[in-house]
Design a binder for this molecule. Sequence first.
Ligand code: BGC
Length: 437
Amino acid sequence: MYDVFSLPAIRFPEGFVWGSATAGHQIEGDNIHSQAWHNEQQPEFYRDDPERATRAPSGKACDHFRLYRDDVELIASLGHRAYRMSIEWSRIEPVEGRWDHRALAHYLDLLERLVRKGIQVFVTLHHFTHPLWFERLGGFGKADNRRFFERYLTFLLPQISPMVSGWNVINEFNQWGGLTAGPTVAPLKFNMLRTHALGYHLIKRYSSAPVSSAHAFIHWFPRRFHDDLDRRMTDFADFTTNEFFFHALRTGELVYPGVDAEYDPEVKGSLDFWSVNYYTRHMVDARLAGLDGPRFAHKLLQMIPIRFYLEEMYPEGLTANLERLRDYPVYITENGCCADDDRFRIVYLALHLSALHEALERGVDVRGYFYWSLMDNYEWTTFIPRFGLVAVDFQTFRRSPKTSALFYREIIRDNGFGGETVRRYLDALPTLPGPVA
Ligand code: BGC
């Protein structure tokens, strides 16, 4: 484990934006008109997965839809200056073409309360979930369906814009379709780029706040460093998940393996900042069908008993990858780890913030950082991974800030930290539990 107690003291630039992030479906509860809710009720959802015993429906999640007033107080009490949240399209338009004004009023109240506390709000307009009716019409798989998203945004944006300090049109579509090449995935990727561009230009009509779409920035690395095939396939993995997205937004060229490139002037330059979600690194093995290789045992973060979350913590990847994004300001819109032992979170935070600071020193214009996540929440199929700075009791919905939340509050207050700060919140480095069967 890295020696976080000896980290040199660092300070962040004046006005650096500090906050945390969440997504509607993961915290609100009873998101009954969404396709995600519907899927969670199907028997297939609990099959086809080696870890199906861990699966659960979102149910009440953190009951945030009801408890949002208290949660605003909580965010403020933790010293956060910014908050990234998403708005559930399926609540506002539960039936095609019909607006639920009460749902809209709810979000307006939430936004107003945050703004009144002096918290900058970054809004994600699509964080994996959308109305079931939209899904049934083919969702984003059909290019023509963009008009539904456009109609929704045209309704929503003028009402919320005055309260929004930053925008994510869509969350992490760059990784949809995984590492697959060719005509099965490319149309969706291209359609999402165009949906992003549509959102970008619409927002510009109502808001002067910066706009982007959050990018899942995966750091790929070859299993055998000197193996030419592993290296080439690492480039391929990087291209299909990362570079195609950067290239398209920079140039308007939609380039993806297996299909002819297209040019779309609307996509070109459709961003005001790079929105980076960074977690871990992944190994590429050219000899495996899925390319996604095993994890290095000595680098595993064995923090919870789910194999999928045995990830390789790699803070250096944050520095290296941010260096690719020098042409626009950058916000880290997600970064965090799931661990039952909160001491891992303190280590993870300390190391990633140091890596981020290194990128700043190398001249990358990083403007802010949002920890994922404000509170333990519904991790899409399960409640087991705990990413929160705040613990949630899923029976009583009681919130209890963890030590990492206090550590983070001090970092925000001082606009920096060092090994000395870590020492005050961490008595000893956490030990890894035994191997997961
Ligand atoms: C997503 C979040 C998710 C987090 C942790 C990100 O890819 O945007 O919704 O909870 O990763 O897995």
